[in-house]
Design a protein around this ligand. Structure first.
Ligand SMILES: Cc1ncc(C[n+]2csc(CCOP(=O)(O)OP(=O)(O)O)c2C)c(N)n1
Length: 517
């Protein structure tokens, strides 16, 4: 067995059986070894941002890391924005980054660079393999590190000769840690606050916004009157089908402050204390209202679900306290196509068990409201704020869940970062409906321009936020990558096209022509 074959077997034995890849010469032995492990699925992405984003989407849905295969420093660097998002989402992931053979390093060949430096920015665990004997153990350690908890990115840098040398043996899976139960006194203290009669807001995030955590939180809110909020960009929130519908903290600090007004205690459950996304002249960065105390119920490796369940018991919250929102869907919209009517159509037609990858940005304002009363679904958001995540994440989620429909709602500017995700969707036959919201603009940045205090922007500034000259034609772009596409200009057209797309196996694109805000 050569190093690459032992690595492949070790990954599969540790439960990593999907590899999103964009290889080069230094990774050829890894590529060849793919065929030595029938369990390993290999998915080609045509840009590293697709590869890393797909691995993120896959792990958000399975809870297991995928491997990525990336080509030296430049390949890893190309994948960085979506690795950043994955790091923020606490996604488990194992990056295998090829490097020049150890014997070749002295020559400073053109693709040589400081890979560790690039990797460290996003990886909690980085190791440079130095011997074929140790490679399999390195891989087993990488998988355990990726699983955390919480999930994190582990990057294994793999010189080509470590891969090709013979005499390697697979390693057993390394032990994986479990989440820590939250101490009784922490639960008792928070229970005391909730019973004090003072206004409490519970901020949920991370693992707390999955079914069990949401149900416990719903009981607590019903029993104590505490207000529930979810972090602005959860990695994966379960929604619909009668689950408590929890408002997300608004992106705009002005609105977020209004949601937090009046709180005397803010209880964090696997969520960060709220801060403004950016600093603005003369505006606060810390959004915790004055006089409000912040308490942590669960964080990091803590078991947030356990903590919420224990808290519900401690405050005497039973199932009778749980208020489940009634099932309700918007009707099929008519008239002009807009962010609002697109949301209504998606709300009217969202299939049971759908996975929504949400990078709708400004046009997505109405989506949560239109879908809250719909059937059970998962919602994946832009945790790290680096755009170009939505389509790759949708791709990985569809690989992870072949029996579920993925609905990828994409603002046009964001779509253009990683649009080649569509080619992977076509090649893998993934059931993804992509809605591109074509407003011809970086609309949010037009808003931000005035929010930062630029009162009279000049034509060059405005040109940097405008997506016309030429207009983007998403129907042609999609069909050029083998994905059927249609264009909708009215709410009726859009709803009909969405209905057809959701019923058709495989990927398709609907370009929704909408006005900018
Ligand atoms: C990787 C990355 N590059 C640039 C940005 C800055 N940025 C934030 S929003 C945005 C434009 C968004 O436009 P679009 O996706 O069309 O959404 P809209 O604002 O029109 O709703 C840009 C360029 C970013 N967040 N991430």
């Amino acid at each position: 067995m050569n190093g690459a074959q032992a690595l492949m077997r070790t990954l599969v034995d540790a439960g990593v059986d999907c590899c999103f890849a964009n290889p080069g010469t230094s990774e050829m032995h890894f590529v060849a070894a793919l065929d030595s492990a029938p369990e390993m699925r290999a998915v080609l992405g045509l840009f590293e941002g697709v590869v890393t984003g797909a691995a993120d989407g896959y792990a958000r849905m399975t809870g297991r890391p995928a491997a990525t295969l990336l080509h030296l420093g430049p390949g890893l660097g190309n994948g960085l924005a979506n690795l950043h998002n994955a790091r923020r989402a606490r996604t488990p992931m194992v990056n295998i980054v090829g490097d020049h053979a150890i014997s070749h390093a002295q020559y400073d060949a053109p693709l040589a660079s400081d890979i560790d430096l690039v990797a460290r920015n996003v990886s909690r665990w980085v190791r440079h393999c130095i011997s074929t004997d140790e490679l399999a153990q390195d891989a087993a350690d990488a998988v355990a590190a990726a699983l955390g908890p919480p999930g994190q990115i582990a990057t294994l840098i793999l010189p080509a000769d470590v891969s090709w040398n013979e005499g390697a043996k697979p390693a057993d899976p390394a032990p994986v840690r479990t989440r820590t139960p939250v101490a009784d006194d922490v639960v008792a203290k928070v229970a005391g606050l909730l019973r004090s009669g003072e206004p409490c807001t519970i901020m949920l995030g991370g693992s707390a916004v999955r079914e069990a955590g949401l149900l416990a939180a719903g009981r607590i809110a019903g029993a104590t009157g505490a207000k529930l909020l979810c972090e602005t960009f959860p990695a994966r929130i379960e929604r619909g089908g009668g689950l408590p519908d929890i408002d997300r903290l608004a992106y705009l600090a002005e609105f977020a402050s209004m949601q937090l007004t009046g709180a005397r205690h803010l209880v964090l459950v696997d969520a960060k204390s709220p801060v403004s996304f950016f600093a603005y002249p003369d505006k606060a960065s810390d959004l915790v209202p004055e006089g409000c105390e912040v308490h942590v119920l669960a964080e990091g490796a803590d078991d947030a679900t356990y903590a919420l369940t224990a808290l519900a018991d401690a405050v005497g919250a039973t199932d009778e306290h749980l208020v489940r929102p009634p099932a309700s869907r918007p009707g099929r919209p008519t008239g002009a196509l807009s962010g609002e009517t697109v949301a209504a159509a998606i709300g009217a037609l969202l299939p049971e068990g759908a996975i929504v990858s949400d990078e709708a940005n400004t046009s997505g304002l109405w989506l949560p409201g239109a879908t809250a009363g719909g059937p059970r679904h998962d919602w994946l958001t832009l945790v790290g704020g680096a755009i170009g995540q939505g389509m790759p994440v949708a791709t990985g989620a569809a690989v992870a869940c072949p029996d579920r429909r993925v609905v990828s709602v994409e603002a046009d500017g964001s779509a253009m970062y990683t649009f080649q995700s569509l080619w992977t969707q076509a090649r893998e036959g993934l059931d993804v409906t992509t809605v591109v919201l074509n407003n011809g603009s970086y609309a949010i940045l037009n808003l931000e321009l005035s929010r930062v205090g630029v009162e009279t922007p000049g034509p060059k500034a405005l040109d940097m936020l405008d997506l016309s000259r030429p207009d983007l034609d998403f129907v042609s772009l999609a069909t050029g990558m083998g994905v059927p596409a249609t264009r909708a200009t009215t709410a009726e057209e859009f709803t009909d096209q969405l209905e057809r797309s959701l019923a058709e196996p495989g990927p398709s694109v609907i370009e929704a022509m909408i006005p900018s805000m």
